[in-house]
Design a protein around this ligand. Sequence first.
Ligand code: EPZ
Length: 423
Amino acid sequence: MDNLRIQGGAQLRGRVRISGAKNAALPILSAALLADGDHRFRNVPELRDVGTMAKLLRTLGQDVRVAGNVVDVQSRPVPDAVPVAPYELVKQMRASVLVLGPLVARYGRAHVSLPGGCAIGARPIDQHLKGLEAMGAQVVLEHGYVKVEVPSGRLRGAEIVFDMPTVTGTENLMAAAALARGRTTLVNAAREPEVEELARVLNKMGASVEGAGTDVIVVEGTDALQPVDHAIMADRIEAGTYMAAAAATRGDVLLEGVTFEHLEAVAAKMRQAGAVVEREGEGVRVCAPGPLRAASLQTAPHPGFPTDMQAQFMVLMCTAQGRSTIVENIFENRFMHVPELNRMGARIDVVGRTATVEGVDALQGAQVMATDLRASASLVIAGLVADGVTEVLRVYHIDRGYERIEQKLSQLGATIERVPGRA
Ligand code: EPZ
């Protein structure tokens, strides 16, 4: 397993192009199962998770070709009597559950390995399953698999009210509804930009999805959909991560290709902390000319502050002046970066879902362990600002969600290299 070795102290300067959004690419690649024919997806980030999704589609009989940031999917009927998303792939990536909606809508049945919990929480899929049952499916949990069957052969439209906004739950059921008989209304739907992006793709495929981006989405089912050619939107979480790195290192960075509207909550918090965040042409410019001050936040579903940016913002607060409190409302165990940051000299105290950060003058470089994707990103940012050398172990976590991170950071002036792990 590789590690990242970082020499702290550089102020990041220059421009960086933001890659396509991982959390848009995954549901969109799954949607290719809804329509036979040649799909072309552009601006797809080269990430481990995209590779895992490509493997999953291949096990479902699809012809998938990945060439840089272009993914061609020659979609055709799944050859197996019962389409199966196997444990060995689902355990690598929970987002594999995104094939469930398209498979049940298209074939009237599917078996998907239950995604176990992961480092950040139990992450159940009860809302996905409740929605499919409302649409006429029967769901059985057997030997670690979710086995879904539609006795009538085809899902029917339904009104579905989510107990809480769920991003992949909304995406799974929106995709399923596209081929159901009649109208489906999703109430208390997730409003993330990635949900809107999936709706755009489904509509380009011939579906009729209204209201994506709001908490009520209406889908008129249709009998068949067409293949699509689509360029994936930019990754707002990758962008937010580089914004935090620019401010933490007191640098001056232009992020290219991002949509400012997707970053409002992050930009507002960073401004509150004293960073300068401005639109500049097709991008966003971030700099922090002076010391940063503490800013408190709570994570929330979009358009609130994204949980996927919580760890990165926390690092910013580690060397800001004053005390900040960070409340993680979405996942029950998303503070695993805290012990590692404290080993680097941060002063963070966690009680339940609330972390209290006392700003310190400097962090010290150390060997630290990555545990989940965004926690890993926060440790890299900590390494950029720390005195001395930091080695982030188990960097495969980062490769799941950040395309060419060491190249992009090096271009901005960081001293960072990938070294083969001893473990
Ligand atoms: C998506 O995960 C993202 N992943 C996550 O990004 C992101 O952190 C999360 O949304 C929240 O924004 C992808 O889009 C592939 P949820 P998802 O369903 O859909 C509870 C990253 O770093 N819940 O919106 O799995 C759940 O436990 C990843 O890129 C249920 O109880 O998250 C959580 O507390 C990490 N039952 C809350 O809802 C359900 O059936 C929100 O989860 C579904 C969810």
